[in-house]
Write a protein that binds this ligand. Structure first.
Ligand code: OAD
Length: 246
């Protein structure tokens, strides 16, 4: 493991252009529950009941209460050393760095990340179901459930991607642009099961190039068979060693 961490550090140091993909596991050490692992959100509730357009149409207040609870939880937590390490990596690489997160929390931003996109939306944004306008609302708990658009009075929904919906198109485009503009030397995939095809596709974009795909995850995932280096451990312990404070 020690040797692998040193190898990863050297690869991250040398790489001219880096794409990072994160999932729920990077926020786990901040105290945010993951989805599919032990104690995960989808083990306690059927996603069809809270994370689909049909669930929202049937009972918007029920869906909102679930999201409100998560917003209240997220208000209490702080970025962990893994988020901070990625902000340092971005500071070192500048425009040659891009972060694609599946997380709806804002822990990357709060650690200082700026060149990033949320492929599954953002939990602190709400969207008018009639006008489609998006506004930020950091109040948790929300004073009124379900919230209503301040302009037209229509129902608002969380600005997150639900099952059966399209991923955020701006985020997808930004990721494609980063991958196609210049050759990416290193892709780091952290804390995700990589259970969606588009995540696997992006993660494997450098396939065939030696030493170009690193995974940080205590467990095996759909991506693991394809990676050049699998650092089996917690992101908050491993990443600060790959991107140390100078
Ligand atoms: P999952 O819950 O599916 O996977 C979390 C991953 O994090 C697992 O592979 C864990 O082994 C790993 N993990 C746990 N603790 C970790 C730690 N301290 N350091 C590193 N890794 C750790 O979450 P995602 O793959 O992010 O989408 O799930 C993807 C999407 O599925 C979510 O964005 C959400 C969900 O349905 C939507 O809601 C659309």
């Amino acid at each position: 493991m020690e040797h692998d961490i040193q190898r990863a550090q050297s690869l991250a140091d040398k790489a001219e252009r880096v794409l990072v993909i994160t999932g729920a596991g990077i926020s786990a050490e901040s105290g945010v529950p993951t989805f599919r692992t032990a104690g995960g959100l989808w083990n306690n509730i059927d996603p069809a009941k809270v994370a689909t357009p049909e669930a929202f149409a049937a009972d918007p207040a029920f869906v909102w209460r679930w999201y409100d609870e998560r917003r209240v939880q997220l208000k209490e937590v702080q970025p962990n050393p893994a988020h901070h390490a990625l902000a340092r990596l971005e500071a070192a690489k500048g425009d040659q760095f891009f972060l694609l997160t599946q997380n709806v929390d804002d822990l990357h931003e709060r650690a200082g990340s700026r060149r990033l996109a949320h492929i599954h939306g953002k939990i602190w944004e709400v969207r008018c179901t009639r006008e489609k306008t998006v506004r930020e609302d950091f109040r948790a708990p929300l004073p009124e459930i379900p919230p209503r658009c301040p302009h037209c009075g229509a129902l608002e929904r969380p600005n997150v991607v639900w099952f059966g919906e399209m991923i955020d198109q701006d985020a997808a485009q930004a990721t494609e642009l980063f991958l196609s503009r210049c050759e990416v030397n290193l892709i780091l995939v952290i804390g995700t099961e990589s259970s969606f095809g588009y995540i696997l596709d992006w993660a494997m974009r450098t396939r065939g190039k030696p030493d170009s795909l690193i995974e940080i995850n205590p467990g095996d995932t759909a991506l693991s068979p394809y990676v050049d280096l699998h650092l089996k451990g917690k992101a908050g312990e491993i990443l600060p060693r790959i991107v140390p404070e100078r």
